[in-house]
Design a protein around this ligand. Structure first.
Ligand SMILES: [Zn+2]
Length: 284
């Protein structure tokens, strides 16, 4: 099938998904609409098919990963870093977005499918502000403890929810707790997702002060770093306050900012920047 036809099918699917997603559940009028033959019914297989369609940038991103590895930073050839925010979208996400927008900095958000389902408008704001979105599973289970079919469902269901909410087919994956094994990495590869960990952990989920979060991010960052922060999973006021300070201090040291995708495409990771191991098994 020619690329244009695939693109048209993809757009039609997304429109259909949004139409389905915006319909009410218990409203009798809504269930009448559900039988309207003019509205396309989208199956899980349709969602999976749409998520498999790769544009040129997608292909480039997927090609960066080698079988059985995650990346934890870019190559280090350019003085760029990527800020990443996990566990949203949630109540603190708009404040993070506002701080990023004010500074003119794009970031990458690894989202939970359940939170996307609850806050689709927030995820649309994330995308509309020029940020990138990655899959962080549906409900933050340690995937290494699940059966292969459950791992697959956690990833695909979340990718489908992101696609339905935003029209974006994500190409990035971050395992909850940074916990991976060969089977989990294979599932990400099958879903055409690049597995992304980090090399700078602000441990903001342990509720340090804003200054401690800033200090960790700024002192550990190096060219190509991927910095782990959280916009969900609890009160993230300290992280929200840290974002403009991290940006200001890293800029003062000559750093610029990119999404994970742009960072690794412009500065591909070497083998030292990839790992087959779990990052660690703490709570993230
Ligand atoms: Zn997480």
């Amino acid at each position: 099938m020619p690329p244009l036809a695939l693109a048209i099918i993809g757009i039609a699917l997304v429109i259909g998904l949004i139409a389905l997603a915006t319909r009410g559940g218990d409203d009798p009028a809504a269930s009448q609409t559900a039988t309207d033959p003019q509205i396309p019914q989208v199956s899980e297989a349709d969602i999976a098919a749409a998520a498999q369609q790769l544009g040129p940038r997608d292909q480039e991103l997927v090609n960066i990963g080698r079988t059985g590895v995650s990346i934890d930073r870019a190559g280090g050839a350019r003085k760029y870093v990527a800020l990443t925010f996990d566990d949203g979208p949630g109540p603190d996400t708009p404040a993070v977005l506002a701080a990023l927008k004010k500074a003119g900095v794009p970031a990458t958000f690894f989202v939970l499918g359940g939170n996307v389902q609850a806050n689709p408008d927030t995820l649309r704001q994330v995308v509309a502000s020029g940020n990138e979105v990655g899959v962080h599973t549906w409900d933050h289970k340690d995937l290494t403890r699940l059966k292969p079919a459950e791992q697959k469902a956690e990833i695909e269901r979340t990718a489908g929810e992101i696609l339905a909410a935003t029209g974006v087919a994500s190409r990035l994956f971050r395992a909850p707790y940074g916990s991976v094994n060969p089977q989990v990495l294979k599932q990400a590869e099958n879903a055409k997702l690049l597995s992304v960990l980090w090399d700078v952990d602000t441990v903001d989920w342990t509720r340090p002060s804003t200054d401690q979060i800033v200090q960790t991010a700024v002192s550990q960052a190096r060219p190509g770093s991927i910095i782990l922060l959280h916009d969900g999973g609890g009160d993230r006021a300290a992280t929200v306050a840290a974002v403009p300070k991290i940006i200001k201090e890293l800029r003062a040291k000559g750093y610029e900012f990119a999404t994970v995708g742009d960072l690794v495409i412009s500065d591909p990771p070497g083998s030292d920047d990839m790992t087959s191991e779990s990052r660690d098994t703490q709570r993230y």
